[in-house]
Design a protein around this ligand. Structure first.
Ligand SMILES: [Fe+2]
Ligand SMILES: [Fe+2]
Length: 158
């Protein structure tokens, strides 16, 4: 653990156990990166990027299964983060060996706000429509038949 490592706290809990488990893995990877010498971060960073692609895809799959349109604002936020993370990999390989640490620190700052707003909003939505995130099924598929949401549910897009 380094002094700037991230800790799991109850305020990060979204109310969905599977989402929280993925978030814990996300935090563990940030901490691993921050504890690793900068010239040895590339493999870990690539693993972190793959994990984050899967993390965001999981949430977006759940959104689509519960009535969100594909271009909703939560998914747009994810896409912006992934674009930045890919650019960081390129800059690291090019010349900037400090950039992965800066990205990990920036994500550690970004994550609590995202978890508390968009992710917690999604978790509340999943519960309200009876979606089970473990089996990825709806208790009653007719509940969302005619619902299409382009925003973030109860959470405003900023
Ligand atoms: Fe998330
Ligand atoms: Fe998210």
């Amino acid at each position: 653990m380094t002094s700037n490592s991230m800790l799991w706290t109850d305020t990060l809990s979204t109310g969905d156990a599977r989402m929280d488990e993925t978030h814990l893995e996300f935090i563990e990877r940030i901490n691993q990166l921050l504890a690793t010498p900068e010239d040895q971060q590339l493999a870990l960073y690539r693993d972190f990027l793959d994990h984050t692609v899967a993390h965001f895809a999981q949430e977006e799959r759940w959104m689509l299964a519960t009535g969100f349109s594909a271009d909703n604002c939560h998914a747009e936020h994810h896409a912006a983060i992934l674009e930045t993370m890919r650019a960081v990999e390129a800059h690291y390989m090019d010349t900037d060996k400090r950039i992965i640490t800066r990205m990990a620190e920036a994500l550690a700052e970004w994550f609590p706000g995202h978890a508390a707003s968009m992710d917690a909003g999604l978790a509340a939505h999943l519960q309200s429509v009876g979606f089970d995130s473990v089996s990825e099924t709806l208790a009653d598929p007719s509940t969302i038949k005619n619902v299409t949401m382009s925003g973030c549910g109860s959470v405003s897009c900023s």
